[in-house]
Design a protein around this ligand. Structure first.
Ligand SMILES: C[S@@+](CC[C@H](N)C(=O)[O-])C[C@H]1O[C@@H](n2cnc3c(N)ncnc32)[C@H](O)[C@@H]1O
Length: 261
């Protein structure tokens, strides 16, 4: 069966853009429902790793003791990660190509009074920008940190996306990628894929009037290299300290790497 939002080739980005334009106003609600609220926990983990406040390492390399100052959150969507990074004291740009997703992020920003209260430090701004993660509109070495949560899998060419991230990182800067993963355990993988195949599309049907909106997740995951493939590509692209944090047996994962100093 084909999914109208998953079309490999030239039309991939346009269909993904249609998808997120369609679901923008329901995105946060469905995220909470399909993950039982756990996406908040996984994003917090990403942010702790970004800020260097996570006690565990990613399997190789150590995390910096100080906060990165300039962060880029790619495929920022409705802004969860961008806001959380700012709460750690970073100056954050959230970039996304879907105007309706950015509109929701903008409303949330307004509700947060445009500035994020930072405990123990000055408030830093969050700015949202419309743009393509495959062609990041910033010069080389502009950021200390690049994050992308549930975004890499959606890029028409995720390998080129990683190359772009490396380009805009300053030497020594870090990239963190949170996304759906592929568990090694075959039974766990079958249960989890079954959940994505049978239950998650129902949320699309009930809340967006179209099962394909959320059937897309499994289709895109099947076509994605996931945690191991992303780590291998990072090494090939000459990232250092490449690591993987598997969450809940690998159904979600955080890939990390550092541009050599
Ligand atoms: C699943 S949402 C993730 C949103 C948010 N990061 C989160 O974790 O909740 C994926 C986002 O990626 C954006 N996106 C996909 N491809 C993109 C691209 N090439 N350039 C910019 N944004 C893109 C979509 O518009 C959408 O907002």
């Amino acid at each position: 069966m084909t999914n109208k939002f998953y079309v490999p080739g030239d039309q991939r980005a346009a269909r993904v853009n249609d998808l997120f334009d369609t679901i923008a106003t329901r995105y946060d609600l469905i995220n909470d429902l399909q993950s039982f609220g756990l996406h908040r926990h996984w994003k917090r983990r990403l942010v702790r790793l970004a800020a260097g406040t996570d006690a565990s390492s990613t399997g190789s390399g150590s995390w910096p003791a100080t906060n990165p100052a300039r962060a880029l959150d790619l495929c920022c969507g409705t802004g969860d990660v961008a806001f959380a990074l700012a709460q750690c004291g970073m100056s954050v740009i959230g970039l996304d190509f879907s105007e309706p997703m950015l509109a929701v992020a903008g409303q949330k920003l307004k509700a947060l009074s445009a500035k994020i209260e930072v405990s123990g430090g000055p408030p830093r701004a969050v700015r949202f920008l419309r743009g393509d993660a495959q062609h990041i509109p910033f010069p080389e070495a502009s950021f200390d940190l690049v994050t992308i949560s549930y975004g890499l899998r959606n890029l028409a060419d995720w390998e080129a996306g990683l190359r772009e991230m490396r380009r805009v990182l300053r030497p020594g800067g870090r990239v963190l990628v949170l996304d759906f993963g592929k568990p090694d355990n075959p039974l766990w993988r079958a249960i989890y894929f079954g959940y994505l195949r049978r239950f998650v599309p129902l949320l699309g049907r009930w809340f967006c009037g179209d099962a394909d909106t959320h059937g897309y997740i499994l289709e895109s995951l099947k076509g994605y290299a996931a945690q191991k493939g992303v780590a291998a590509k990072m090494r090939e692209l000459d990232f250092e300290d490449v690591g993987i944090v598997n969450l809940m047996g690998g159904i979600m994962s955080i890939n990390s790497g550092r541009r050599p100093a």
